[in-house]
Write a protein that binds this ligand. Structure first.
Ligand code: ATP
Length: 850
């Protein structure tokens, strides 16, 4: 306890010392800043960041090259200016050597900063007095240490003074002998400094390397058992991952770090997982940070004393506010040395930011930013922006976690590696990855998964992480087909065809307490959008039903004509907090699957059984709750006829589903057990695409005053980027154009986001935030030298673009990350007849978690 108090007191006094130092340095820098301060600032910050930031590993990427070039240019400018300034000083000295020698003091007394300096000094004094009084220092037994520390401060002050003199003397002419001696001394000093820095960096974790080939989870971690996991260790892990190309290695790096966490402080595992995939809570809880990029820029500017304009320009040049933040942070002078960040603190603070409203967010962000060291600032800012840009999504996380779990139990009590064959390790990792994925599919909640792992172990994971009403599942999705013959080729066993309703997917959850929730295709809670369904649901379920999860499509319904209305009608309905009294658009639920009934998950049952259970336990009420119209047939003519009927019935086409025994409900998978056959697919590419609008081209002629065309992109989740796929101007009527112009006015950005991939020749007049998804149809897909969609999948250099794209509608129910993915684009490209004919072995698009 006594020892802790001593440390506390000394730390406080040291902080004051740092404050005095930084004050003096600030004063000194302010006085001796060469004329072009911006250039100098830029140069020195870039230089410092090159020297001090461990992130680069000697590699300099394009943005870094740019910065380096700029920095070198600025260095040259400064060198010139220094020569001029020195020349001037010489002249002044000749005129008045005395005045020159004492000039720093003189400058201090006559300085415009005098007031600030005195204010800060006063502040330090006051702070010390407060601390003194709080700790009752005068009567404290630590008086000696305190007076020693005070002496330290005054010595430091003296040194500062002599430093200033030294600097002043520096401009006096020197003999070459002096020069040599000072060069030798300074090189000795430099070497000592480098050594000291490297020892410090090593101790504080700036050189932590989870990418090392023979990583040992205890020996290679620089923190100790039960000690909170330093955030810097996670930031270093992100750095290493970012610098790595291969997915296998990326997973290995994350696994190494996680194995250390599992062995040293498993309580930190949850925060590490959430921070790695940049989530704060289960997706369905909808916890969002809600921090605008401009807010972050302002915080960085305020915290570092840099100009907002400078931060903005740098961000535009580098294309990554995270890097700009890191560089600004490195060059920032510290008043106090904040406590090192831990993963828990960062995670908790991010949660607090999410919960705080508007202005209350900035001070918390400021605290986090100021406490960050090395690359921490980069990843904190990226977390806040919502793009980590390290390419770790859920899929890689499961593999890394499985590897870490296997690795961490591969050590004996002395942390020596147990003997285990490579084949066994590989098999264990595969099995555990599968268990984790399955658990996550039925219970997409890391809080629950991690707590189960830590308390019950992996073997009991599926016992505890079960499906339950109130926790939305990622839905099973279908593959597109272009005609009945393709359907017959793909599904060999028994099949059923269902009408494909054109509305909104609704997962209806009812628990045994009578609580009902409705979730969208993206697990958003739509309960308040459909109070009418909630009110009526009890009439549809039979008495046998206590709890359930029904998969269905909600469509707009014309009560008078007793028929389905187009999707456009449904889209006019209010999105949240709908008042039953005010409902104008009536809806009907078309139920097509039952995933859970009375405490039991049905997903491992085949579709025929699930469908039977649905029909047995629910009642149809016309225009309110109906089963999807279906026809079990393998006859192509019947299917064709049924397709035509579905279109007459205002549907989009058919969903064709396997009735085989293995046709389970595949959560979170685009499965080949379900095929979709839309009326519009019958020719063309087989499906429409859902694309993100990233820019607009100013309209001319009849389209003056609105955007004449737009730049669209698909989303590549591997690289977490939007890749341009086409320009679009067709299918947009005047009303659409003015709606889009109004909407995007609120979402323009001064420069493209760093995660937009496009060719400079396609740069639109205005860039937009990635906020809206459009459904688009096209004649076909072709390889493109300019567009970047799916680049590297089909061709190493070329992307894929859409020919004759046509706007269909806005997809409000899809987030931009749910837009058509790069892999899907590649699949659609390959699946075209003309491409298939060229390449008979066109790769299949596997069923996989999406
Ligand atoms: P995807 O969901 O495949 O990404 P999408 O959201 O653009 O694509 P569609 O291509 O229109 O949707 O087709 C799948 C959707 O069709 C389902 O998500 C569901 O909402 C809807 N649907 C309508 N009727 C049915 C049905 N009978 N069975 C299954 N889904 C149906």
């Amino acid at each position: 306890m006594a020892q802790r108090s001593i440390t506390l007191v000394i730390n406080i006094l040291k902080d004051s010392l740092v404050k005095v130092n930084s004050l003096n340095t600030f004063v000194f820098r302010s006085f001796f800043k060469p004329a072009s301060s911006a250039g100098t600032e830029e140069a020195s910050s870039a230089k410092r960041s090159r020297q001090e930031s461990p992130q680069s590993n000697g590699k300099i990427g394009e943005p870094e090259k740019k910065i380096q070039r700029k920095s070198e240019e600025a260095d040259n400018r400064n060198a010139k200016q220094n020569v001029q300034t020195n020349g001037k000083n010489k002249d002044t000295k000749k005129a008045s050597p005395k005045a020159s020698k004492t000039s720093p003091k003189n400058k201090n007394t006559s300085s415009p900063f005098k007031k600030q300096i005195n204010d800060i000094k006063k502040e330090i004094k006051q702070e010390k007095e407060t601390v003194d009084s709080k700790l009752n220092i005068t009567s404290s037994p630590f008086k000696k240490q305190i007076s020693d520390a005070e002496k330290d401060i005054s010595n430091e002050k003296e040194n500062e003074k002599s430093d200033s003199k030294h600097v002043e003397v520096k401009s006096e002419p020197k003999s070459s002998k002096d020069d040599d001696a000072s060069k030798q001394n300074s090189s000795k000093d430099d070497n000592a400094n480098v050594k000291k820095l490297s020892v410090e960096a090593n101790q504080c974790g700036a050189e932590y390397n989870p990418a090392s080939a023979r990583y040992h989870p205890i020996k290679d971690a620089y923190w100790k058992a039960k000690q909170s996991t330093p955030y810097l260790a996670l930031a270093r892990t992100f750095e290493m991952i970012e610098d790595t190309k291969g997915r296998y290695k990326m997973v290995e790096i994350l696994a190494n770090f996680l194995s250390s966490v599992l062995l040293l402080n498993p309580d930190d595992l949850l925060s590490c997982i959430y921070l790695s995939i940049n989530q704060l809570a289960p997706a369905y809880e909808g916890v969002e940070l809600g921090v605008a990029e401009t807010t972050l820029m302002k915080v960085i500017a305020v915290s570092t004393g840099r100009e907002l304009k400078f931060i903005k320009t740098q961000t535009q040049e580098i294309g990554d506010l995270g890097i700009v933040a890191e560089r600004s942070r490195v060059s920032q002078r510290m008043m106090f040395t904040p406590k090192p960040l831990t993963v828990q603190t960062v995670y908790q603070k991010l949660r607090t930011i999410a919960k705080s409203s508007g202005k209350a967010k900035s001070p918390i962000i400021h605290d986090l930013f100021v406490a960050s060291r090395y690359s921490e600032a980069r990843y904190i800012i990226r977390s806040l922006i919502g793009k980590m840009r390290i390419g770790i999504a859920e899929k890689s996380l499961f593999q890394a976690l499985a590897t870490a779990l296997v690795s961490s139990r591969g050590y004996d009590e002395n942390y020596k590696k147990k003997k285990q064959s490579e084949a066994d390790i590989k098999k264990d990792i595969e099995d555990i990855t599968f268990l984790l994925k399955t658990a996550y599919c039925q219970c997409p909640n890391f809080d629950k998964i991690v707590s189960t792992l830590l308390t019950h172990g992996i073997d009991d994971l599926l016992k505890y992480c079960t499906m339950e009403p109130g926790v939305p599942l990622k839905p099973m999705l279908a593959h597109p087909t272009r005609g009945v013959s393709e359907v017959m080729d793909r599904l060999k066993g028994n099949i059923t065809c269902e009408w494909k309703y054109d509305g909104e997917r609704a997962q209806i959850h009812g628990d045994k307490n009578g609580t009902v929730n409705i979730y969208s295709r993206n697990q958003e809670n739509n309960t308040t959008k459909y109070p009418d369904i909630i009110n009526r649901i009890d009439h549809f379920k039979k008495d046998t039903v206590q709890s359930y999860i029904v998969d269905s499509e909600v469509v707009a319904w014309d009560i008078e004509q007793k028929q389905i209305l187009p999707f456009q009608v449904l889209s006019t309905r209010k999105r949240k907090n709908v008042d039953v009294e005010e409902i104008k658009v009536q809806v009907c639920v078309y139920a097509f699957d039952l995933l859970y009934l009375n405490g039991e998950a049905l997903t491992s049952k085949n579709f025929e059984d699930r469908r039977q259970l649905l029909r047995d336990n629910f009642n149809e009420v016309e225009g309110e709750f109906q089963f999807a119209t279906s026809c079990d047939t393998n006859d192509p003519d019947d299917i064709q006829g049924f397709l035509e009927n579905s279109i007459k019935g205002n549907c989009e086409g058919l969903m064709i589903k396997s009735l085989d025994n293995d046709a389970t409900y595949e959560i979170a998978k685009r499965s080949h057990k379900w095929l979709k056959l839309k009326k519009d697919y019958l020719t063309g590419v087989g499906d429409s695409l859902d694309l993100v609008v990233i820019g607009g081209y100013i309209g001319k002629g009849k389209r003056t005053g609105v955007y004449g065309g737009f730049l669209l992109a698909c989303y590549d989740d591997e690289n977490e980027e939007y890749q341009s796929i086409c320009k679009i101007g067709t299918g947009l009527n005047d009303e659409d154009l003015s709606t889009h112009a109004k909407f995007f006015k609120e979402h323009t950005i001064p420069a493209p986001k760093s995660y937009y991939r496009y060719d400079a020749t396609l740069a639109p007049d205005t860039w937009f935030e990635a906020v809206q998804v459009w459904e688009v149809k096209c004649a076909d897909l072709s390889l493109s030298p300019v567009h970047k969609a799916a680049i590297g999948i089909i061709d190493p250099e070329k992307g894929i673009s859409l020919r004759f794209p046509r706007f269909i509608r806005i997809r409000d129910d899809k987030s931009t990350e749910d837009a058509t993915g790069a892999q899907q684009v590649a699949y659609m490209y390959r699946n075209q007849d003309q491409v298939k004919n060229q390449k008979t072995n066109a790769a299949e698009f596997d069923d996989d978690f999406y």
